[in-house]
Design a protein around this ligand. Structure first.
Ligand SMILES: [Zn+2]
Length: 297
């Protein structure tokens, strides 16, 4: 249900107020109403308190019995905005609304929306950490590096910098990995490549010298020299190119162009969001909701 929501109008129609948001999140198993008092073991009851909800022990007249916030131990414990607004932002972010559009729909402040989106993107970073290696026997993985312009703020001055990203993508799928690298040396790139890609894969790269030792770690390493050609047909019929990763770079850079770049500090989670969107495809929304549901602070 939650993962099928695609527009602001749908959410607004379904979630009229805070109670409706709570009911939906409980029905979907994102929040739970089962609480036991830590002091006496009695079931706790949910009460509305001002704009929020809290659990109270049914025997709470006893001094040691306490109250507990609804959001405790849930993904929502790290945010204070109303559940109704949180639900709206999550759905709109999943469906690629811009921050500006989300501000317009929720009437929250731009900084609140930006912070909340960052919180969601940090979730993507957690999801990426648990992904298995890409490639495998009979699979080709393309590897490449690309530079993006980032902003760095220091002493009140806006500085534009060039940041390098190393990436790898499995041919014929959207399973990819990307990470910022401080430089393009062998010492930096090879360990990352090995941590991402199954050693039984065949890897394709351009002729950058840092890729020189990859044949030691993978079943095959083929290169295409971009100064001479963009595609090479080997004697066994294998076509060596890096088009798949070139098109990934386009998908990475297009939103950065439209959004006037990103700050260097936000780039890692921005890349992780793309990795999760690429890998999950149509399952992206359900993956995010599963993450929120399973979250343990
Ligand atoms: Zn109690």
């Amino acid at each position: 249900m939650l993962s099928t929501l695609t527009s602001a109008a749908e959410v607004a129609g379904l979630v009229k107020d805070e109670e409706a948001a709570l009911k939906l999140l409980v029905d979907e198993g994102v929040l739970t109403l089962d609480r036991i008092c830590k002091n006496c073991g009695s079931p706790m009851a949910l009460r509305k308190r001002k704009n929020t909800f809290e659990f109270r022990c049914r025997k709470s007249r006893k001094a040691d019995c306490s109250t507990e916030g609804l959001r405790k131990n849930s993904w929502f414990s790290n945010t204070r905005i109303p559940l109704k607004d949180a639900l709206m932002i999550i759905v709109l972010w999943i469906n690629k609304y811009t921050s500006k559009q989300i501000v317009k729909e929720t009437k929250l402040s731009p900084s609140t929306v930006v912070d909340f989106r960052n919180y969601l993107r940090n979730g993507c970073s957690e999801i990426v950490k648990k992904y298995e290696v890409i490639g495998g026997q009979g699979k080709v993985v393309q590897i490449d590096e690309s530079a993006v312009h980032t902003r760095k703020y220091g002493r009140g001055e806006k500085q534009r910098e060039l940041t390098w990203i190393l990436g790898a993508i499995e041919d014929g799928s959207r399973k990819c990995m990307m990470q910022i690298v401080p430089n393009r040396t062998k010492a930096v790139m090879v360990p990352l490549i090995r941590s991402w890609i199954d050693g039984q894969s065949e890897v394709h790269t351009d002729c950058h010298k840092s890729y020189g030792t990859l044949s030691r770690y993978f079943s095959a390493h083929r290169t295409v020299n971009h100064n001479e050609e963009f595609k090479k047909v080997m004697s066994d019929g294998t076509i060596v190119h890096t088009n798949t990763i070139e098109s990934l770079w386009k998908r990475v850079k297009q939103p950065l162009k439209e959004g006037n770049g990103t700050s260097e500090s936000l780039l890692p989670s921005y890349l992780d969001e793309i990795i999760v969107r690429e890998r999950e495809g149509d399952r992206f929304a359900s993956r995010i909701w599963k993450f929120i549901k399973d979250f343990k602070p």
